[in-house]
Design a protein around this ligand. Sequence first.
Ligand code: NZQ
Ligand code: ZN
Length: 385
Amino acid sequence: MKNFSYRNATQIHFGQGQIAKLRDEIPADARVLIAYGGGSIKRNGVLAQVHAALEGITSFEFAGIEPNPHFETLMDAVALTRREKITFILAVGGGSVIDGAKFIAAAAVYRNDPWEIIQTYGAKVTQALPLGSVLTLAATGSEMNNGSVITRAATQDKLFFHSDHVYPKFSILDPSTTYSLPARQTGNGVVDSFVHVVEQYVTYPVNAKVQDRFAEGLLLNLLEDGPKALAKPEDYAVRANLMWTATMALNGLLSTGVPADWATHMIGQEITGLYGLDHAQTLAIVQPAVWMHTREAKKAKLLQYAERVWDLVDGDDDTRITTAIEKTRQFFEAMGVKTRLSDYGLDAAVIPAVVAKLEQHGHVRLGEHANITPADAASILALAL
Ligand code: NZQ
Ligand code: ZN
Protein backbone atom coordinates (compact mmCIF):
# COMPACT_ATOMS: atom_id res chain seq x y z
CA MET A 1 0.00 0.00 0.00
CA LYS A 2 1.25 3.49 -0.76
CA ASN A 3 1.50 6.24 1.85
CA PHE A 4 -1.52 8.49 2.19
CA SER A 5 -3.12 11.26 4.22
CA TYR A 6 -6.88 11.21 4.40
CA ARG A 7 -9.52 13.52 5.75
CA ASN A 8 -13.05 14.16 4.58
CA ALA A 9 -14.65 17.33 5.86
CA THR A 10 -18.31 16.70 4.96
CA GLN A 11 -20.95 15.98 7.60
CA ILE A 12 -23.54 13.51 6.28
CA HIS A 13 -27.19 13.35 7.38
CA PHE A 14 -28.62 10.19 5.88
CA GLY A 15 -32.21 8.98 5.80
CA GLN A 16 -35.83 9.88 5.41
CA GLY A 17 -36.87 13.19 6.97
CA GLN A 18 -33.31 14.46 7.25
CA ILE A 19 -33.96 17.57 5.14
CA ALA A 20 -35.30 19.11 8.36
CA LYS A 21 -31.67 19.13 9.61
CA LEU A 22 -31.01 22.12 7.35
CA ARG A 23 -32.23 24.22 10.22
CA ASP A 24 -29.40 23.04 12.47
CA GLU A 25 -26.75 23.29 9.80
CA ILE A 26 -27.35 26.77 8.38
CA PRO A 27 -26.80 29.79 10.66
CA ALA A 28 -30.03 31.64 11.46
CA ASP A 29 -28.59 34.93 10.21
CA ALA A 30 -27.32 33.49 6.91
CA ARG A 31 -28.29 34.80 3.50
CA VAL A 32 -28.77 31.57 1.60
CA LEU A 33 -28.67 30.96 -2.15
CA ILE A 34 -30.70 27.87 -3.01
CA ALA A 35 -29.18 26.63 -6.28
CA TYR A 36 -31.01 24.05 -8.35
CA GLY A 37 -31.57 22.64 -11.81
CA GLY A 38 -34.44 22.45 -14.25
CA GLY A 39 -37.24 22.04 -11.73
CA SER A 40 -37.41 18.36 -10.71
CA ILE A 41 -37.20 19.50 -7.08
CA LYS A 42 -40.41 21.51 -7.52
CA ARG A 43 -42.29 18.54 -8.94
CA ASN A 44 -41.17 16.00 -6.32
CA GLY A 45 -41.70 18.25 -3.30
CA VAL A 46 -38.04 18.53 -2.28
CA LEU A 47 -37.95 22.32 -2.71
CA ALA A 48 -41.02 22.67 -0.49
CA GLN A 49 -39.27 20.61 2.20
CA VAL A 50 -36.20 22.84 1.90
CA HIS A 51 -38.27 26.01 2.29
CA ALA A 52 -40.08 24.54 5.29
CA ALA A 53 -36.77 23.74 6.97
CA LEU A 54 -35.38 27.20 6.21
CA GLU A 55 -38.42 29.12 7.43
CA GLY A 56 -37.36 32.46 8.88
CA ILE A 57 -33.92 32.36 7.22
CA THR A 58 -33.33 34.79 4.35
CA SER A 59 -33.07 32.87 1.11
CA PHE A 60 -32.82 33.48 -2.63
CA GLU A 61 -33.24 31.03 -5.49
CA PHE A 62 -31.10 30.43 -8.54
CA ALA A 63 -32.73 27.94 -10.92
CA GLY A 64 -31.63 26.55 -14.26
CA ILE A 65 -28.28 24.90 -13.61
CA GLU A 66 -28.20 22.47 -16.51
CA PRO A 67 -26.75 18.94 -16.64
CA ASN A 68 -23.00 19.32 -17.26
CA PRO A 69 -23.25 22.79 -15.73
CA HIS A 70 -22.20 25.70 -17.85
CA PHE A 71 -19.69 28.30 -16.76
CA GLU A 72 -21.85 30.88 -18.50
CA THR A 73 -24.95 30.01 -16.43
CA LEU A 74 -22.98 29.81 -13.22
CA MET A 75 -21.51 33.27 -13.75
CA ASP A 76 -25.09 34.63 -13.55
CA ALA A 77 -25.34 32.94 -10.16
CA VAL A 78 -22.01 34.43 -9.14
CA ALA A 79 -23.35 37.90 -9.99
CA LEU A 80 -26.49 37.26 -7.91
CA THR A 81 -24.36 35.95 -5.04
CA ARG A 82 -22.23 39.08 -5.01
CA ARG A 83 -25.19 41.44 -5.48
CA GLU A 84 -27.27 39.94 -2.66
CA LYS A 85 -24.29 39.41 -0.35
CA ILE A 86 -25.03 35.71 -0.06
CA THR A 87 -23.23 33.99 2.83
CA PHE A 88 -24.19 30.35 2.22
CA ILE A 89 -24.75 28.29 -0.96
CA LEU A 90 -27.22 25.42 -0.73
CA ALA A 91 -27.22 23.02 -3.68
CA VAL A 92 -30.41 21.02 -4.12
CA GLY A 93 -30.12 18.42 -6.89
CA GLY A 94 -27.73 16.02 -8.59
CA GLY A 95 -24.05 16.20 -9.33
CA SER A 96 -24.42 19.04 -11.80
CA VAL A 97 -26.10 21.31 -9.28
CA ILE A 98 -23.62 20.44 -6.54
CA ASP A 99 -20.66 20.93 -8.88
CA GLY A 100 -22.18 24.22 -9.99
CA ALA A 101 -22.61 25.31 -6.38
CA LYS A 102 -18.96 24.54 -5.67
CA PHE A 103 -17.94 26.74 -8.56
CA ILE A 104 -20.26 29.55 -7.45
CA ALA A 105 -18.89 29.31 -3.90
CA ALA A 106 -15.29 29.64 -5.09
CA ALA A 107 -15.90 32.11 -7.93
CA ALA A 108 -17.95 34.56 -5.86
CA VAL A 109 -14.89 35.39 -3.76
CA TYR A 110 -12.25 34.93 -6.48
CA ARG A 111 -10.20 38.01 -7.36
CA ASN A 112 -9.36 37.21 -10.99
CA ASP A 113 -11.48 35.96 -13.90
CA PRO A 114 -13.14 32.86 -12.42
CA TRP A 115 -12.37 30.76 -15.53
CA GLU A 116 -8.84 30.76 -14.14
CA ILE A 117 -10.15 28.45 -11.37
CA ILE A 118 -10.78 25.82 -14.01
CA GLN A 119 -7.65 26.51 -16.02
CA THR A 120 -5.54 25.97 -12.91
CA TYR A 121 -7.54 22.92 -11.74
CA GLY A 122 -8.41 24.76 -8.54
CA ALA A 123 -4.81 25.22 -7.41
CA LYS A 124 -5.26 28.98 -6.90
CA VAL A 125 -8.47 28.75 -4.87
CA THR A 126 -7.70 30.05 -1.39
CA GLN A 127 -11.23 30.53 -0.08
CA ALA A 128 -14.88 29.85 -0.88
CA LEU A 129 -18.26 30.63 0.59
CA PRO A 130 -19.54 27.77 2.73
CA LEU A 131 -21.82 25.36 0.90
CA GLY A 132 -24.05 22.42 1.70
CA SER A 133 -26.15 20.06 -0.38
CA VAL A 134 -29.42 18.18 -0.51
CA LEU A 135 -28.69 15.31 -2.90
CA THR A 136 -31.43 14.04 -5.22
CA LEU A 137 -29.47 11.70 -7.54
CA ALA A 138 -27.11 8.92 -6.46
CA ALA A 139 -24.19 9.04 -8.88
CA THR A 140 -21.26 11.40 -8.70
CA GLY A 141 -20.10 11.50 -5.08
CA SER A 142 -19.91 15.29 -5.42
CA GLU A 143 -21.90 15.52 -2.18
CA MET A 144 -18.86 14.27 -0.26
CA ASN A 145 -15.83 15.27 -2.26
CA ASN A 146 -13.85 18.34 -3.29
CA GLY A 147 -14.25 18.05 -7.06
CA SER A 148 -16.39 19.90 -9.59
CA VAL A 149 -16.77 19.47 -13.35
CA ILE A 150 -17.68 22.56 -15.37
CA THR A 151 -18.35 23.09 -19.08
CA ARG A 152 -17.63 26.26 -21.01
CA ALA A 153 -20.37 25.98 -23.61
CA ALA A 154 -18.89 28.56 -25.96
CA THR A 155 -15.72 26.52 -26.49
CA GLN A 156 -17.04 23.02 -25.67
CA ASP A 157 -14.44 22.61 -22.94
CA LYS A 158 -15.53 20.27 -20.15
CA LEU A 159 -12.93 20.49 -17.39
CA PHE A 160 -12.69 20.10 -13.63
CA PHE A 161 -11.22 21.62 -10.51
CA HIS A 162 -10.49 20.36 -7.03
CA SER A 163 -10.16 22.35 -3.83
CA ASP A 164 -10.55 21.45 -0.18
CA HIS A 165 -12.31 24.80 0.18
CA VAL A 166 -15.34 23.42 -1.67
CA TYR A 167 -16.02 20.31 0.36
CA PRO A 168 -19.70 20.61 1.28
CA LYS A 169 -19.98 21.48 5.00
CA PHE A 170 -22.81 18.97 5.08
CA SER A 171 -24.85 16.87 2.69
CA ILE A 172 -28.33 15.55 3.26
CA LEU A 173 -28.95 12.17 1.67
CA ASP A 174 -32.62 11.23 1.78
CA PRO A 175 -33.01 8.20 -0.50
CA SER A 176 -36.72 8.87 -0.99
CA THR A 177 -35.85 12.02 -2.95
CA THR A 178 -34.58 9.68 -5.71
CA TYR A 179 -37.93 7.92 -6.24
CA SER A 180 -38.84 10.45 -8.91
CA LEU A 181 -35.74 9.85 -11.06
CA PRO A 182 -36.40 8.90 -14.67
CA ALA A 183 -35.03 5.41 -15.47
CA ARG A 184 -32.33 7.00 -17.61
CA GLN A 185 -30.91 8.90 -14.64
CA THR A 186 -31.16 5.92 -12.29
CA GLY A 187 -29.21 3.89 -14.85
CA ASN A 188 -26.69 6.69 -15.36
CA GLY A 189 -26.12 6.91 -11.62
CA VAL A 190 -25.41 3.22 -11.24
CA VAL A 191 -23.01 3.20 -14.20
CA ASP A 192 -21.21 6.33 -12.99
CA SER A 193 -20.77 4.86 -9.49
CA PHE A 194 -19.58 1.56 -10.96
CA VAL A 195 -16.98 3.29 -13.10
CA HIS A 196 -15.80 5.43 -10.18
CA VAL A 197 -15.04 2.25 -8.27
CA VAL A 198 -13.23 0.48 -11.08
CA GLU A 199 -11.17 3.56 -11.98
CA GLN A 200 -9.67 3.23 -8.49
CA TYR A 201 -9.58 -0.59 -8.38
CA VAL A 202 -8.77 -2.10 -11.78
CA THR A 203 -5.20 -0.80 -11.98
CA TYR A 204 -2.29 -2.88 -10.61
CA PRO A 205 -2.00 -4.65 -7.25
CA VAL A 206 -0.41 -2.86 -4.29
CA ASN A 207 -1.70 -5.30 -1.66
CA ALA A 208 -4.32 -2.82 -0.39
CA LYS A 209 -6.81 -5.26 1.05
CA VAL A 210 -9.17 -2.77 2.67
CA GLN A 211 -9.50 -0.74 -0.53
CA ASP A 212 -9.82 -3.81 -2.77
CA ARG A 213 -12.45 -5.58 -0.71
CA PHE A 214 -14.33 -2.35 -0.14
CA ALA A 215 -14.34 -1.74 -3.91
CA GLU A 216 -15.58 -5.27 -4.57
CA GLY A 217 -18.34 -4.82 -2.01
CA LEU A 218 -19.51 -1.59 -3.63
CA LEU A 219 -19.50 -3.21 -7.08
CA LEU A 220 -21.57 -6.15 -5.80
CA ASN A 221 -24.08 -3.71 -4.29
CA LEU A 222 -24.47 -2.01 -7.66
CA LEU A 223 -24.90 -5.32 -9.50
CA GLU A 224 -27.51 -6.42 -6.96
CA ASP A 225 -29.53 -3.26 -6.43
CA GLY A 226 -29.09 -1.37 -9.71
CA PRO A 227 -31.57 -3.52 -11.63
CA LYS A 228 -33.94 -3.52 -8.64
CA ALA A 229 -34.10 0.29 -8.70
CA LEU A 230 -35.17 0.16 -12.34
CA ALA A 231 -37.79 -2.48 -11.62
CA LYS A 232 -39.15 -0.88 -8.44
CA PRO A 233 -38.20 2.80 -8.24
CA GLU A 234 -39.86 3.39 -4.86
CA ASP A 235 -38.12 0.65 -2.90
CA TYR A 236 -36.54 2.57 -0.02
CA ALA A 237 -33.97 -0.07 0.94
CA VAL A 238 -32.71 -0.31 -2.63
CA ARG A 239 -32.49 3.46 -3.05
CA ALA A 240 -30.74 3.78 0.32
CA ASN A 241 -28.09 1.22 -0.56
CA LEU A 242 -27.50 2.76 -3.98
CA MET A 243 -27.21 6.23 -2.53
CA TRP A 244 -24.63 5.34 0.10
CA THR A 245 -22.74 3.19 -2.40
CA ALA A 246 -22.50 6.09 -4.84
CA THR A 247 -21.26 8.44 -2.14
CA MET A 248 -18.67 5.95 -0.94
CA ALA A 249 -17.51 5.30 -4.49
CA LEU A 250 -16.02 8.77 -4.80
CA ASN A 251 -15.43 10.33 -1.40
CA GLY A 252 -11.70 9.72 -1.40
CA LEU A 253 -11.69 6.59 0.75
CA LEU A 254 -11.27 4.10 -2.09
CA SER A 255 -8.34 5.97 -3.58
CA THR A 256 -6.31 6.04 -0.38
CA GLY A 257 -2.99 4.30 -0.85
CA VAL A 258 -3.71 2.90 -4.32
CA PRO A 259 -3.01 3.94 -7.92
CA ALA A 260 -5.90 5.40 -9.91
CA ASP A 261 -6.70 5.25 -13.60
CA TRP A 262 -9.29 7.92 -14.64
CA ALA A 263 -8.56 7.48 -18.38
CA THR A 264 -12.20 6.56 -18.99
CA HIS A 265 -13.38 9.76 -17.30
CA MET A 266 -10.88 11.95 -19.11
CA ILE A 267 -11.80 10.60 -22.55
CA GLY A 268 -15.50 10.54 -21.67
CA GLN A 269 -15.43 14.19 -20.58
CA GLU A 270 -14.28 15.25 -24.02
CA ILE A 271 -17.13 13.31 -25.64
CA THR A 272 -19.68 15.09 -23.45
CA GLY A 273 -18.03 18.46 -24.08
CA LEU A 274 -18.21 17.99 -27.85
CA TYR A 275 -21.40 16.00 -28.37
CA GLY A 276 -23.47 16.47 -25.20
CA LEU A 277 -23.86 12.81 -24.24
CA ASP A 278 -24.72 12.16 -20.59
CA HIS A 279 -21.64 11.65 -18.41
CA ALA A 280 -22.49 8.00 -17.71
CA GLN A 281 -23.19 7.28 -21.37
CA THR A 282 -19.63 8.26 -22.23
CA LEU A 283 -18.27 6.05 -19.45
CA ALA A 284 -20.29 3.05 -20.64
CA ILE A 285 -18.81 3.56 -24.11
CA VAL A 286 -15.20 4.11 -23.08
CA GLN A 287 -14.71 1.80 -20.08
CA PRO A 288 -14.90 -1.60 -21.86
CA ALA A 289 -12.68 -0.26 -24.64
CA VAL A 290 -10.06 1.01 -22.17
CA TRP A 291 -9.92 -2.44 -20.62
CA MET A 292 -9.59 -4.15 -24.01
CA HIS A 293 -6.73 -1.80 -24.85
CA THR A 294 -4.89 -2.09 -21.50
CA ARG A 295 -5.70 -5.70 -20.62
CA GLU A 296 -2.05 -6.75 -20.43
CA ALA A 297 -1.03 -3.94 -18.06
CA LYS A 298 -4.16 -4.51 -15.95
CA LYS A 299 -4.04 -8.29 -16.11
CA ALA A 300 -3.66 -9.05 -12.41
CA LYS A 301 -6.47 -6.75 -11.32
CA LEU A 302 -8.77 -7.74 -14.19
CA LEU A 303 -8.38 -11.38 -13.11
CA GLN A 304 -9.10 -10.43 -9.49
CA TYR A 305 -12.15 -8.47 -10.66
CA ALA A 306 -13.30 -11.42 -12.81
CA GLU A 307 -13.06 -13.81 -9.89
CA ARG A 308 -14.33 -11.74 -6.99
CA VAL A 309 -17.04 -9.73 -8.71
CA TRP A 310 -18.19 -12.12 -11.46
CA ASP A 311 -17.26 -15.51 -9.94
CA LEU A 312 -15.22 -16.37 -13.03
CA VAL A 313 -12.77 -19.10 -12.03
CA ASP A 314 -12.81 -21.51 -14.97
CA GLY A 315 -10.97 -21.16 -18.26
CA ASP A 316 -7.66 -19.50 -19.10
CA ASP A 317 -6.67 -15.99 -18.11
CA ASP A 318 -7.57 -14.42 -21.44
CA THR A 319 -11.00 -15.97 -21.53
CA ARG A 320 -11.80 -14.89 -17.99
CA ILE A 321 -10.75 -11.32 -18.72
CA THR A 322 -12.73 -11.18 -21.96
CA THR A 323 -15.79 -12.58 -20.19
CA ALA A 324 -15.47 -10.08 -17.32
CA ILE A 325 -15.31 -7.18 -19.78
CA GLU A 326 -18.32 -8.51 -21.69
CA LYS A 327 -20.31 -9.00 -18.48
CA THR A 328 -19.51 -5.43 -17.49
CA ARG A 329 -20.79 -4.21 -20.83
CA GLN A 330 -23.95 -6.30 -20.46
CA PHE A 331 -24.54 -4.83 -17.01
CA PHE A 332 -24.31 -1.28 -18.34
CA GLU A 333 -26.74 -2.21 -21.12
CA ALA A 334 -29.08 -3.82 -18.58
CA MET A 335 -29.07 -0.51 -16.72
CA GLY A 336 -30.29 1.09 -19.95
CA VAL A 337 -26.97 2.73 -20.84
CA LYS A 338 -25.72 1.84 -24.32
CA THR A 339 -22.04 1.02 -24.75
CA ARG A 340 -21.13 1.88 -28.36
CA LEU A 341 -20.49 5.25 -30.01
CA SER A 342 -22.75 4.10 -32.85
CA ASP A 343 -25.64 3.68 -30.39
CA TYR A 344 -25.58 7.48 -30.04
CA GLY A 345 -25.27 8.24 -33.75
CA LEU A 346 -21.50 8.83 -33.55
CA ASP A 347 -18.91 7.32 -35.88
CA ALA A 348 -15.16 7.32 -36.54
CA ALA A 349 -15.28 11.02 -37.38
CA VAL A 350 -15.42 11.81 -33.66
CA ILE A 351 -12.05 10.19 -32.99
CA PRO A 352 -9.79 13.01 -34.27
CA ALA A 353 -12.04 15.60 -32.63
CA VAL A 354 -11.84 13.95 -29.20
CA VAL A 355 -8.12 13.42 -29.55
CA ALA A 356 -7.62 17.07 -30.51
CA LYS A 357 -9.47 18.16 -27.34
CA LEU A 358 -7.35 15.86 -25.17
CA GLU A 359 -4.25 17.41 -26.71
CA GLN A 360 -5.57 20.93 -26.33
CA HIS A 361 -6.20 20.24 -22.63
CA GLY A 362 -2.79 18.65 -22.16
CA HIS A 363 -4.39 15.36 -21.15
CA VAL A 364 -1.85 13.33 -23.09
CA ARG A 365 -0.51 10.88 -20.47
CA LEU A 366 -3.52 9.17 -18.97
CA GLY A 367 -4.05 6.12 -16.81
CA GLU A 368 -2.35 4.70 -13.74
CA HIS A 369 0.92 4.40 -15.64
CA ALA A 370 0.55 7.81 -17.33
CA ASN A 371 1.17 6.08 -20.64
CA ILE A 372 -2.13 6.41 -22.49
CA THR A 373 -1.25 8.87 -25.23
CA PRO A 374 -3.57 10.55 -27.73
CA ALA A 375 -2.72 7.72 -30.17
CA ASP A 376 -3.87 5.21 -27.54
CA ALA A 377 -7.03 7.22 -26.97
CA ALA A 378 -7.70 6.96 -30.73
CA SER A 379 -7.27 3.17 -30.58
CA ILE A 380 -9.57 2.99 -27.55
CA LEU A 381 -12.27 4.99 -29.33
CA ALA A 382 -11.90 2.77 -32.40
CA LEU A 383 -12.68 -0.21 -30.16
CA ALA A 384 -15.83 1.60 -29.00
CA LEU A 385 -17.40 2.32 -32.39
O1 NZQ B 1 -32.25 19.70 -13.45
P1 NZQ B 1 -33.32 18.92 -12.80
O2 NZQ B 1 -34.68 19.35 -13.18
O3 NZQ B 1 -33.14 18.80 -11.31
O4 NZQ B 1 -33.23 17.42 -13.41
C1 NZQ B 1 -32.09 16.61 -13.28
C2 NZQ B 1 -31.28 16.49 -14.57
O5 NZQ B 1 -32.10 16.68 -15.70
C3 NZQ B 1 -32.55 15.20 -13.05
N1 NZQ B 1 -32.80 14.88 -11.63
C4 NZQ B 1 -31.94 15.00 -10.60
N2 NZQ B 1 -32.52 14.55 -9.48
C5 NZQ B 1 -33.80 14.18 -9.81
C6 NZQ B 1 -33.96 14.40 -11.18
N3 NZQ B 1 -35.13 14.13 -11.82
C7 NZQ B 1 -36.14 13.62 -11.08
N4 NZQ B 1 -36.01 13.34 -9.75
C8 NZQ B 1 -34.86 13.61 -9.09
N5 NZQ B 1 -34.74 13.28 -7.80
O6 NZQ B 1 -31.49 14.40 -13.52
C9 NZQ B 1 -30.84 15.06 -14.60
C10 NZQ B 1 -29.34 14.88 -14.48
O7 NZQ B 1 -28.85 15.56 -13.35
P2 NZQ B 1 -27.28 15.75 -13.14
O8 NZQ B 1 -27.10 16.48 -11.87
O9 NZQ B 1 -26.67 16.29 -14.37
O10 NZQ B 1 -26.77 14.24 -13.00
P3 NZQ B 1 -25.55 13.63 -12.22
O11 NZQ B 1 -25.79 13.60 -10.77
O12 NZQ B 1 -25.29 12.36 -12.91
O13 NZQ B 1 -24.35 14.65 -12.46
C11 NZQ B 1 -23.60 14.65 -13.64
C12 NZQ B 1 -22.53 15.74 -13.59
O14 NZQ B 1 -21.61 15.47 -12.54
C13 NZQ B 1 -20.28 15.45 -13.07
C14 NZQ B 1 -20.50 15.00 -14.48
O15 NZQ B 1 -19.38 15.26 -15.31
C15 NZQ B 1 -21.72 15.78 -14.87
O16 NZQ B 1 -21.38 17.09 -15.21
N6 NZQ B 1 -19.39 14.63 -12.23
C16 NZQ B 1 -18.98 15.15 -11.06
C17 NZQ B 1 -18.08 14.52 -10.25
C18 NZQ B 1 -17.62 15.09 -8.99
N7 NZQ B 1 -17.96 16.31 -8.67
O17 NZQ B 1 -16.89 14.44 -8.24
C19 NZQ B 1 -17.51 13.22 -10.62
C20 NZQ B 1 -18.21 12.53 -11.72
O18 NZQ B 1 -17.31 11.66 -12.35
C21 NZQ B 1 -18.81 13.43 -12.74
O19 NZQ B 1 -17.83 13.79 -13.68
ZN1 ZN C 1 -18.10 9.95 -13.08
